[in-house]
Design a protein around this ligand. Structure first.
Ligand SMILES: *[C@@H]1O[C@H](CO)[C@@H](O)[C@H](O)[C@H]1NC(C)=O
Ligand SMILES: *[C@@H]1O[C@H](CO)[C@@H](O)[C@H](O)[C@H]1NC(C)=O
Ligand SMILES: *[C@@H]1O[C@H](CO)[C@@H](O)[C@H](O)[C@H]1NC(C)=O
Length: 520
């Protein structure tokens, strides 16, 4: 009998990437058998779901039977993926406005304190979810989205091993025993230029501590109470989180700060990226028809729809677009009135195929992680207009890697946008840097997709793979920081010092007494 292994795939605000060379996991030997894998992401935004879809599809293409609990009424095109839509509307990603979060970060804590608590009251009362919960032991592995999904922890109470995904989350990394050094590893919210100054290191240390205390401990207490009421004897969140074996992270060192990682922290950043395919005929002729001037592609991603782009910013951008010689392709779900002649608004755009098109000169983006990875992969310079969450951090990375420029929403004017776009289009150095980053990102021994598949199957093959875990998780923070050892060493030094000074004093006195005797 195979022991059941629950894996949770935790994700941080970002997204996976990299489709790769050709077929699914082409270089891996066939799996030993078909596994049943359950993905739990009942609270996720569209971009987070997209990351999970890439992992799920890679596993389904290997022939595994994948079931996904989600908050989006979507179907998978893959016959081996069953999507279970829970239908609760407490957390509706389309209602989360990034601009509102930008205006008031407390919006995020409201999601924790209101929406997620409300959802944890109701989730297990949904018959579909209850049924899935009762079947949880039939799965070989459970994969959990690590952010905002504490509500699914009762699922992973079976001898369980979790997987985490999406960019490096410092709090989650520390939970696994890998405490990243705040002297150089910036928090995901505040990103400091390297090398960090004294003030930045102070701030970064405080951020690391505050995030760990607030985000992962204090903010989940209400959720924990709700769940404990339904599942008596429910252990602490930390105990459950420490049980995870593997973390698939949507990051890659070619686009981020290189960090020391455990063998169970696997980078799969860029997993969804794939070479461009031919565009639909009409779009192709519109983009080629722009001639030598080329095309600017504008999209604020899947979470920041047109409805939430404040009017004043919309007007500034449209006026700037009216004055450039490029054509502008704007991905926006809403109808836009007063559109200049050179602007084409489309509800849906095959983004990677557009970015891969040689006539697309600049990507005006909110710098979401998926979009940033796609721009890097397809070597397209970026004008970043980050809104909130990890976007300012990604925008910094874009500037640092040299393949784009960033502007703050509050500072933009028609002239500034025009000037920045012209610089990005006319100065060849951005395209050169973009090509360099793209080359580095594609230059890998194994594809991110193969890594995601290999390590997921590895955890099942090795029954949760406890050997991947760091022994650091068993240490208290006093032991981890060696405070007890340092205190003991300090004590030894103090005792030795006291003893030596006593001896020295005695010798000194004896010497003095002797010379006094002589004088007398
Ligand atoms: C679904 O799984 C079967 C094996 O169980 C496999 O042969 C098939 O290719 C998979 N389908 C897709 C669309 O990946
Ligand atoms: C695959 O998973 C679905 C949903 O969990 C289940 O209904 C189905 O029976 C499974 N198929 C196989 C072949 O195990
Ligand atoms: C952690 O995993 C072990 C074995 O893998 C299991 O016995 C234990 O119950 C799990 N603890 C929690 C809190 O999930």
């Amino acid at each position: 009998m195979t022991p059941r292994v629950g894996v949770s795939l935790w994700a941080w605000a970002a997204c996976v990437g990299w489709a790769l060379l050709s077929v699914a996991a082409a270089d891996l030997p066939p799996p030993e058998r078909q596994y049943s894998i359950l993905f739990l992401l009942p609270m996720s935004s569209t971009s987070h779901r997209n990351i999970f879809m890439s992992v799920a599809e890679a596993l389904a293409e290997r022939g595994h039977n994948v079931t996904m609990l989600v908050n989006h009424a979507v179907e998978s095109r893959n016959e081996n993926i069953t999507v279970v839509f829970h239908g609760l509307d407490d957390f509706r990603p389309e209602k989360v406005s990034m601009f509102r979060i930008r205006g008031d970060v407390r919006e995020v804590s409201r999601i924790y304190s209101e929406k997620l608590v409300a959802a944890s009251k109701k989730l297990y009362k949904v018959p579909k979810v209850r049924k899935l919960y009762e079947r949880r032991k039939d799965f070989d592995l459970i994969i959990v989205f690590h952010m905002m999904n504490e509500v699914v922890y009762p699922f992973v109470l079976v001898p369980s091993h979790h997987v985490t995904t999406l960019g490096v989350d410092f709090v989650q990394s520390a939970t696994l025993g890998n405490v990243l050094n705040p002297a150089y590893a910036s928090n995901f919210i505040l990103h400091f230029p390297h090398p960090l100054s004294f003030m930045h290191r102070c701030l970064n240390l405080l951020m690391h501590i505050a995030t760990a205390c607030y985000w992962k401990r204090w903010s989940v207490t209400d959720i924990h109470r709700e769940i404990s009421a339904q599942f008596p004897g429910f252990p602490s969140m930390l105990e459950i989180e420490r049980n995870q074996s593997l973390t698939l992270m949507n990051s890659h060192f070619s686009l981020d700060t290189p960090l020391p990682l455990l063998p169970g922290q696997v980078e799969i950043g860029g997993m969804h990226c794939r070479p461009g395919k031919p565009l639909p005929q009409e779009l192709e002729s519109w983009i080629s028809g722009a001639g030598a001037a080329g095309v600017v592609y504008f999209s604020l991603g899947s979470t920041n729809q047109g409805t939430v782009l404040p009017r004043q910013y919309r007007d500034i951008l449209l006026q700037a677009f009216r004055r450039i010689s490029q054509r502008v392709l704007w991905k926006n779900v809403e109808e836009v009135d007063d559109v200049p002649e050179n602007v084409l608004v489309m509800k849906w755009v095959p983004q990677q195929d557009v970015l891969a098109h040689p006539n697309v000169k600049v990507f005006v983006s909110h710098a979401g992680l998926l979009s940033t990875q796609e721009a890097a992969y397809h070597a397209t310079p970026v004008l970043a207009l980050p809104i909130a969450a990890d976007q300012p951090r990604n925008a910094d990375q874009i500037k640092k890697s040299g393949f784009g420029l960033a502007l703050e929403w509050e500072e933009i004017t028609v002239d500034l946008v025009l000037e920045t776009l012209r610089e990005l289009i006319d100065n060849p150095r951005y395209r050169r840097s973009a090509a360099e980053v793209s080359r580095a990102m594609r230059d890998q021994l194994t594809s991110p997709k193969d890594r995601a598949v290999f390590w997921t199957e590895y955890v099942i093959r090795h029954r949760g793979a406890p050997r991947l875990r760091s022994p650091a998780v068993e240490l208290s923070w006093v032991e981890f920081l060696m405070l007890d050892v340092l205190a003991a060493l300090l004590l030894v030094v103090c005792v030795a010092f006291v003893l030596l000074s006593c001896v020295a004093r005695l010798v000194w006195r004896a010497v003095c007494a002797r010379s006094k005797d002589k004088e007398d």
